[in-house]
Design a protein around this ligand. Structure first.
Ligand SMILES: O=C(CO)[C@@H](O)[C@H](O)COP(=O)(O)O
Length: 223
């Protein structure tokens, strides 16, 4: 399997959202990464259902929805109805994580769990078999344009080793400070899906940058 590129809509130009969505549609990207922030779980507010529905109206690729919100359970069906293909909740935001994962699957979506930089990968051992995806945060969630935290590489290696034992089909995604400068190291550490915001939208030619990210390492991943 070739690695997946998920441009983060958070870094798009919201005054020209349809234009940026169509750029992603016509690019080498695999998914749209949709960051929902509530101002409680993270110190920032992004957008909610109206924007998510607008993205879904024009997007022709799966929506990979990252919920940085408390009490995600109460919104899962609405995000599924708004077009989510993958719903990722935060480990740190869920008291009954297994129930939340069941609810995501019951809503017809793939289920992901995100880990903040300080949260050990080992805490996922007893839920890993039930997950489709783990999102390893390589910055503290809340803002685009932050610097990649190097310890993420150790976390990815540890998660990859766990996944090989427990859930070989698991998609390992990484988010925050990802770009052409570190993509190869991240692939080597075990990641296979890459969220990129500023690396794409601050590039002179965002569509060309998506192609560069997609084609950086030739061949297929050993997953
Ligand atoms: O979830 C988040 C931030 O909380 C990310 O998806 C960022 O939007 C990634 O932005 P860059 O670090 O790639 O600029």
């Amino acid at each position: 399997m070739k690695h997946l590129i998920a441009p983060s809509v958070l870094s798009a130009d919201f005054a020209n959202l349809q234009r940026d969505i169509e750029m992603i549609n016509s690019s080498a990207a695999d998914w749209f990464h949709v960051d929902v922030m509530d101002g409680v779980f993270v110190p920032n507010i992004s957008f909610g259902f109206p924007v998510m529905e607008a993205i879904n109206k024009y997007a022709t690729k799966p929506l990979d929805v990252h919920l940085m919100i408390v009490n995600p359970d109460q919104y899962i069906e609405r995000f599924a109805a708004a077009g989510a293909a993958v719903i990722t909740v935060h480990y740190e935001a869920c008291v009954h994580l297994h129930r939340t994962v069941q609810a995501i699957h019951a809503a017809g979506c793939k289920a992901g769990v995100a880990l903040n930089p300080h949260t050990p990968v080992a805490l996922l051992k007893d839920i890993l078999a039930d997950l489709d995806l783990v999102l390893v945060m390589s910055v503290n969630p809340g803002f685009g344009g932050q610097k990649f935290i190097p310890n993420t590489l150790n976390k990815l290696r540890e998660l990859k080793a766990m996944a090989l034992q427990i859930n070989p089909d698991l998609i390992i995604e990484v988010d925050g400070g990802v770009g052409i400068h570190n993509l190869e190291d991240l692939i080597d550490a075990g990641a296979m899906a890459f969220v990129a915001g500023s690396a794409i939208f601050a590039a002179p030619d965002p569509k060309e940058m998506i192609s560069e990210l997609k084609n950086l390492k030739t061949g297929t991943l050993n997953i």
